[in-house]
Design a protein around this ligand. Structure first.
Ligand code: ADP
Length: 484
């Protein structure tokens, strides 16, 4: 009878039914109680001890099995009562028998209720195995307590191998911020989201979008962390490939822009070189006099050194712009990037006879970005502005470049020109690739500016001025505010 009541998960791997040792123990205990009750002593309500047998049966029996065990124990109680007290049936003995039967009934009701709660919880937990998401639970000391099938598939470790292990040791997790900071945020908000890199059982890197939720007990104390991971390794790789392709394209257009600026650049280099020659000749003259003019010579040599430095600076910037290197994220001040770009465009500004106004905010907070790419954005916007203003009278050509702190988290750079402005119909298409209104335009400049600014976590936009001309502006997050 008991073995029939054993639930189906007691079947061993070879298909044969296996009786768990708890069942054997419970059966032995029931027989022991029966023996003591019937033949040794009936002075106490010994039958009450069957409660233990009923409670033990919960771990190896189904609901019907528990009821069967309870009925079996009650029957043994009554048989013991008949054996030990029949045919007297004293009141004392009857009372003890009733107490025992009552205790067994109450224990049975509680045991069945407890079992149905456990079954419900188990089936809910089994539901988590159906999801494609990777879900695991860890205690506050990061010991894994639950590992669903999705986690087995993604990370390769079977459940029984990981339970009890420290999650971030097992998966050599790389966190986007110090772990203490992440945990502090989790404790504060009850949840955390971010990108993690785990190492799976085969040693391969798995990038996941991870969401953590904190479980608290009735008193509000944190008890466990539920981590749900979505594999974004492929998307991440595609993103990296796209970023590399964009960087290559940016490089090509940068070189093309430099080609457009050749005359200005040649002038920028030529001017200090000519200065060096002139000062060198002056030096020779002052040295050739009967009384060499050392003071003049020293001043001329000083000018030669500064001219030499100027030329080498220009060449250094050009080499940086022409180089096809990996983008490098550094902390930089946008005012410096603007000044460096303007230095390269010096001649362009003069030859286009543009009235330039530069209004840079003092103490502008730093941003994080690639210096060359941000220079490319500014140069692109400036070149476009010059080209646009070529069609208006020289006296009306004005360009204003402004940097400001926009909010407590963002800085903004604005470039306003006095050209023909932007037609309303074109406004939405300006930043799309291959859109150009110029006969020889490629239409890639603004689209690349947008991908550069987007990659920096910022935003670029254009609008027609109230008066003549157009305004382009880009906003970048201040360094340190990106993760906030
Ligand atoms: P391209 O310069 O090769 O045309 P861009 O992507 O740099 O490519 O510019 C796309 C188009 O945006 C330009 O053809 C022009 O019509 C418009 N545009 C860009 N800057 C300005 C500006 N400052 N004023 C008016 N129109 C502009």
């Amino acid at each position: 009878m008991l073995s029939n009541a054993l639930s189906e998960h007691r079947i061993s791997l070879d298909g044969r039914r296996r009786i768990p040792y708890v069942a054997v123990l419970a059966f032995g205990l029931a027989l022991g109680i029966f023996f003591v009750h019937s033949f040794v002593s009936n002075r106490f309500a010994v039958g009450v001890l069957y409660v233990v047998v009923v409670v033990m049966s919960v771990s190896f029996c189904s609901r019907r099995g528990v009821l069967a065990v309870a009925a079996f124990c009650m029957a043994l109680t009554v048989i013991s009562f008949i054996i030990s007290d029949g045919p007297n049936y004293s009141e004392d003995y009857i009372a003890r028998c009733i107490v025992s039967l009552f205790a067994i009934s109450v224990a049975t009701v509680l045991a069945v209720r407890m079992q149905s709660v456990t079954v419900a919880l188990r089936s809910q937990a089994e539901l988590l195995d159906l999801t494609h998401e990777t879900i695991f639970v860890r205690a506050m000391d990061d010991i894994i307590t639950y590992w669903n099938r999705g986690a087995e598939e993604l990370y390769g470790w079977p459940r029984e191998k990981v339970i009890g292990q420290v999650s971030h040791h097992l998966m050599q997790t790389r966190f986007p911020a110090p772990r203490e900071r992440i945990l502090a945020e989790l404790l504060l908000n009850g949840r955390w989201e971010g990108e993690l890199v785990h190492i799976n059982r085969d040693g391969a890197e798995v990038t996941v979008a991870s969401r953590w939720s904190l479980q608290r007990d009735a008193r509000g104390a944190p008890t466990a962390i539920l981590e749900t991971d979505t594999d974004i390794t492929a998307a991440k790789q595609a993103q990296d490939t796209l970023a590399k392709a964009q960087a290559k394209l940016a490089h090509v257009t940068r070189v093309a822009t430099l080609g457009e600026l050749t005359a200005s650049i040649a002038h920028e280099v030529n001017q200090p070189l000519a200065g060096i020659v002139t000062n060198g000749e002056a030096c020779l003259r002052w040295l050739g006099r009967d009384e060499p003019q050392y003071g003049e010579v020293r001043a001329a040599v000083t000018r030669m050194i500064s001219d030499g430095r100027r030329a080498s600076e220009v060449i250094k910037r050009l080499r940086a712009l022409a180089k096809n290197g990996e983008p490098q994220q550094v902390t930089l001040n946008l005012n410096d990037v603007i000044s460096e770009s303007l230095a390269l465009m010096h001649r362009e500004i003069i030859s286009h006879r543009v009235a330039l106004e530069v209004d840079l905010a003092p103490d502008l907070p730093v941003v994080r970005g690639d210096r060359v790419q941000l220079q490319q954005v500014i140069i692109n916007l400036l070149v476009n502005a010059f080209q646009a203003m070529a069609s208006v009278a020289e006296a009306r050509r004005a360009l204003c470049i402004v940097s400001r702190l926009l909010t407590s988290r963002e800085v903004v750079v604005t470039i306003r020109d006095s050209g023909p402005g932007i037609a309303a119909i074109d406004e939405a298409r300006l930043f799309t690739a291959f859109f150009s209104t110029k006969s020889d335009g490629m239409g890639m400049g603004l689209s690349i500016c947008r991908s550069i600014i987007d990659a920096h976590g910022g935003h670029i936009s254009a609008s027609a001025n109230n008066g003549p001309g157009a305004t382009f502006q880009f906003i970048l997050p201040m360094h340190g505010s990106e993760a906030a």
